[in-house]
Ligand binder design. Structure first.
Ligand code: ADP
Ligand code: ZN
Ligand code: ZN
Length: 759
């Protein structure tokens, strides 16, 4: 149609034709790294059925192979449009997600430079996608939150039996089972259902009913002045139905969780739902119990749920019956119908960034979602990321501070011990003289001890004394770790495992030695040094059985164990009043990483482990062993001075214009052939640099260079980085070059926007 409103005859006819039939077309995205949707015609029988958010099957590409995709929009067709291929089949009767969530996933594709369809495929749980074609069974549960109603309700004997069976069971019970166990006909089920005391649901398989066990409800604590002030500030945007991002910077033990709970209570009182994101590692029964004891309907989303469980949770959440969703990163997509608030606890945790496509950061997704749904976002941490901190200091976000611990308990004193001339350590011990004395004293005083070491295995370095070579994994550029309990050496990247080599693979000398201390060796040393204490080790090797994590913590809580040692698994969220000493075996392991955030991580680690002590009346202290006692990250952490650290580190980052002063995208190339992979990376870097000249000067292209781990799982790795003031500039440059990229078949690339690990 011309803009003057004059049509030729043919155009007019086509337009009329379209208007009469109201011909609509469907836009469809596939699990491909493409931004733009494909357009399809909609066959007659599907016209009234198809909606955005449903999956379809449609022919793709020249071969017209039939592929599953997502319909993302229905719009009027354009006249004169060339013949479109038709949608082949509609897979869902209802949309899998609503318009708002569609928009959110579109945004993620744009922001993180991946395909919209790739995002949808990753965000919608497999159990939800697979729901068609599986046998469904009717199951019953007690209606959550009706405990009081039940005690006063007048029930027949058979009805009482049914309720009793449900109360005793740990999950939904099938109708058949229920009748059998209660010894009744389906009649009582029906009447209880009509009275709203039990309800039926359709699920496809057994779900673990742990999530449905009623928990004794507890009253809210009386907030102290600091908490009340923080809450008052958070309630402002909640009451005004506005979006604001609030950074709750509160030291460990300042009572942040209590503040979240009260903010959530307000939201729930409006009939809205809240989402609480926690790092996967803190999805412990302790955290979950805390939320369950305050809200009657809490859904927990773990990463190790079955498809059926996930599907069931997803349905419960979208029905609006859940008040609070607690989960790891992907819970940011929970389909709450009327969201009121998102909380991200420990917002500095790297697990909020996904490390496979789509490589989104849950904090940024939450920010976008909260903005669109006009609800507040709370970021909580004792050690915020510099990205979040700088936004708060620039007043882009709201800073809410809680500088003191609950009941004015002091933060524990942190002693930094220089281990360079320690007599015990120079003899091969992991525990130096000062730490030895401190453990000894803590145990004599009937206190408990936590020892932190970020290296698992027995000895993290296998080394040849004759030629000096480290013995590396044949697939990866990583030295092997000696696991003495299994009598093998293991690659911690690809799980390559062999019996310890008798001779050096480089020079054939038999002088193979094991160096350094991992958690297994530390465990042995602690048992030998303190034979009267009971020790428990927590790392991913010792905690493989489901539930072993909780079992170990329970023993520690009960005081059956005096010394808990482990990897970062124990640095988070634990709250044991009797812990009077925390030892960091080697702060250098973090500090020496070739990573922009090495200092930041070291600071966070020391501050977080320090948070594990001094929680009870007996106080506590922290001992940090390092060979860099004057490192700023170590020094500021020992003074609990986050603001000082942030200022220092931001000044350093400013000098090099590193994040958060710039936005970075890292492009990693992988391939089996070293030369070809290197050349491809270099060619793309050159291509970007030449595209930059006519774009803008403020975009920098660094590399290509070998990635820090140059070989991983048998593939060579090279990377380049695009850095600019804003993510938009980075994206512009990438997209300007992307179209003309041609890669050899055996080289693939992955793009990581705002990367947080430098491997
Ligand atoms: P954070 O999340 O900041 O580390 P928590 O919310 O876990 O702190 O609180 C630390 C401890 O203090 C918990 O045991 C909690 O029950 C307790 N606590 C929190 N707020 C109060 C309060 N107002 N009165 C008494 N105890 C509190
Ligand atoms: Zn050798
Ligand atoms: Zn390997």
């Amino acid at each position: 149609m011309s803009s003057q409103g004059q049509f030729g005859f043919a155009e007019m006819r086509e337009w009329e034709h379209a208007a009469i039939e109201d011909v609509k077309v469907a836009e469809v995205v596939f699990n491909l790294p493409l931004e733009r949707p494909y357009t399809y015609s909609i066959p007659e029988p599907l016209r009234d059925l198809i909606k955005p958010g449903q999956r379809v099957k449609a022919p793709l590409g020249r071969s017209n192979r039939i592929v599953v995709g997502y319909c993302v929009a229905i719009r009027p067709g354009e006249s004169g449009q060339k013949r479109l291929k038709p949608i082949e089949e509609l897979l869902d009767s209802e949309p899998l997600l609503n318009g708002q969530m569609l928009e959110l996933t579109r945004w993620i594709g744009e922001r993180y430079l991946c395909g919209w369809g790739q995002v949808l495929d990753s965000v919608i749980p497999a159990g939800v996608r697979k729901k068609s074609g599986t046998r469904e069974v009717q199951n019953f549960i007690l209606v959550p939150g009706t405990e009081e109603k039940l005690t006063s309700a007048r029930l027949s004997r058979q009805q009482k039996m049914v309720i009793e069976v449900l109360q005793k069971s740990t999950g939904p019970v099938t109708a058949t089972d229920l009748c059998e166990r209660a010894g009744c006909s389906p009649g009582p089920l029906k009447s209880l259902q009509e009275r709203g005391l039990i309800k039926a649901m359709r699920i496809r398989s057994e779900i673990s009913g742990d999530d449905l066990l009623p928990v004794q409800q507890q009253a809210d604590l009386k907030l102290n002045v600091q908490q009340q002030q923080a809450l008052d500030r958070i309630l402002q945007p909640i009451r005004a139905s506005e979006h604001e991002t609030l950074l709750l910077h509160g030291v460990t033990g300042s009572g942040k969780t209590e503040v979240y709970i009260r903010a959530i209570r307000e939201v729930v009182s409006y009939g809205r739902q809240a989402i609480v994101l926690v790092p996967e590692i803190s999805l412990t029964p302790q955290t979950i119990r805390r939320f369950r004891s305050r809200f009657s309907t809490v859904a927990v989303l773990h990463s190790h749920m079955t498809d059926a469980e996930r599907h069931w949770q997803w349905q419960q959440i979208s029905s609006g019956e859940i008040q609070v969703v607690v989960g790891a990163r992907s819970a940011v997509f929970a389909p709450t119908p009327n969201l009121g608030l998102i909380v991200i606890d420990e917002e500095h945790e790297p697990s909020f960034k996904q490390d496979s496509t789509p490589r989104y950061h849950a904090r940024e997704v939450a920010r976008k979602r909260c903005l669109d749904e006009r609800v507040p976002l709370i970021l909580g941490s004792a050690t915020p990321t510099l990205e979040s901190w700088i936004r708060a200091t620039r007043k882009l976000d709201v800073l809410v501070s809680m500088p003191s611990r609950v009941e004015d308990r002091p933060l524990p004193p942190v002693v930094v011990v220089d281990t360079r001339s320690d007599p015990r350590i120079s003899k091969g011990s992991a525990i130096g003289r000062a730490l030895y004395g401190a453990i000894d004293r803590a145990l004599k005083d009937k206190g408990q001890v936590i020892l932190f070491l970020n290296l698992r295995g027995y000895s993290p370095t296998v080394w040849c004394r004759s030629c000096g070579a480290g013995i590396k994994c044949p697939n990866c550029d990583i030295t092997l770790t000696w696991h003495r309990d299994r009598q093998c050496v293991v690659c911690h990247s690809c799980d390559y495992e062999i019996t310890p080599p008798k001779a050096c693979p480089t020079c054939q000398s038999p002088a193979v030695r094991y160096l350094g201390t991992g958690t297994q060796k530390l465990d042995e040393e602690v048992q030998n040094t303190f034979p009267n204490a009971t020790v428990i080790r927590m790392d991913s090797d010792s905690m493989q059985k489901p539930g072993s994590h909780d079992e170990a913590l329970e023993k520690f809580r009960k005081g059956e164990v005096q010394i808990l040692l482990g990897t970062q698994m124990i640095a988070k969220g634990l709250d044991f009043p009797n812990v009077t000493l925390v030892g960091v075996i080697d702060a250098d392991t973090m500090l020496r990483q070739p990573d922009l955030r090495a200092a930041e991580r070291t600071f966070q680690l020391i501050a977080q482990v320090a948070g594990r002590t001094g929680r009870g009346e007996r106080g506590g202290r922290v001992l940090v062993q390092t060979t860099s006692p004057n490192d700023p990250a170590v020094k500021f952490a020992s003074k609990h001075d986050f603001i000082g650290f942030a200022q220092h580190e931001l000044a350093e980052r400013y000098d090099t214009q590193a994040p958060p002063f710039s936005s970075v995208a890292r492009v990693i190339f992988r391939g089996p052939d070293e030369m070809r992979t290197r050349q491809t990376a270099q060619a793309v870097a050159d291509r970007l640099r030449s595209a930059r000249r006519d774009a803008t000067e403020v975009v920098r292209v660094l590399g290509a260079a070998p990635a820090p781990i140059t070989r991983l799982r048998g593939l060579w790795r090279f990377h380049l980085q695009i850095a600019a003031k804003t993510p938009e500039l980075v994206k512009e440059l990438w997209q300007s070059a992307e179209q003309s990229l041609s890669l050899p078949d055996d080289v693939e690339f992955a793009i990581d926007v705002d990367p947080i690990n430098a491997r």
